[in-house]
Design a protein around this ligand. Sequence first.
Ligand SMILES: Cc1cc2nc3c(=O)[nH]c(=O)nc-3n(C[C@H](O)[C@H](O)[C@H](O)COP(=O)(O)O)c2cc1C
Length: 273
Amino acid sequence: MSDTQSRLDTRYGSNAMPAPQSWSPLIDSLLGHRSVRSYLPTPVSDDQLSAIIAAAQSASSSSNLQAWSVVAVRDPATRAALAECAGGQAHVSDAPLQLVWLADLARLESLATSNERPSAALDYLEMFLVGVIDAALAAQNAAAAAESIGLGTVYIGGMRNKPEAVAELLNLPPRVVAVFGMCVGTPDPAKPAAVKPRPPQSVVVHHERYSLPAQAPGIEAYNAAMARFYEEQQMKVHGTWAIHSAKRIAGPETLSGRDHLVEALNKRGFQLK
Ligand SMILES: Cc1cc2nc3c(=O)[nH]c(=O)nc-3n(C[C@H](O)[C@H](O)[C@H](O)COP(=O)(O)O)c2cc1C
């Protein structure tokens, strides 16, 4: 079996997808992604961080506005405080580096002010989305880059649980907010993370027109694949992937405090008109 086929088998299940001819070292590295939640204390060097940030900055940016920033946190006390903000996630304090990715409209506002220009468009939802999308694209380039040099990562959406506390810890000005965090470090070989299966491509790809009913067979297959994964990983998940997902969207109480996000964003200077 080719390495390509084994990557696809791990991602989609044995022989679920034939290997395409089109392949590259980058695709190979992306297919090997897994979130890492156990790290060695080995620091991430300045050299590694520079390479990761160069990759992040190489992402596209809406109108080249560069409406994002990132705070690199190495200080153990700040990492521990951020872990508390994120719902007590141990890997946030354990990982030697926490990258907090920011939607940043403060820089644009300051550029406008110093050039004596108005900046009223910053009060619109669209500009908040521009910042969030820019931050996400930069972050995903960073994650892929980190993995390509042997580091592990995991995104931390928990950084949105308490946006104001995170802002205070990181000295964020108005119009800057954490979109998510990202643990970075050397994966602990004693606790290796598994590659998580993905739904068949028929669930997410539509040709010419979207169809919800066409996804049903693929979702059934994915429920079965995830049941096998939960069992192999000894994860105590009750019900199928579909039920597990439905539970996560049952009501505002499932949002870990993020049901108040609009108010928090308003307080942080995002009017979201
Ligand atoms: C925006 C975002 C936020 C996430 N937040 C968290 C988090 O707070 N804690 C955590 O342990 N994993 C978090 N994850 C990781 C997801 O659970 C993980 O990506 C998903 O289960 C798929 O697994 P994989 O990354 O190993 O393929 C987050 C992922 C994304 C994309």
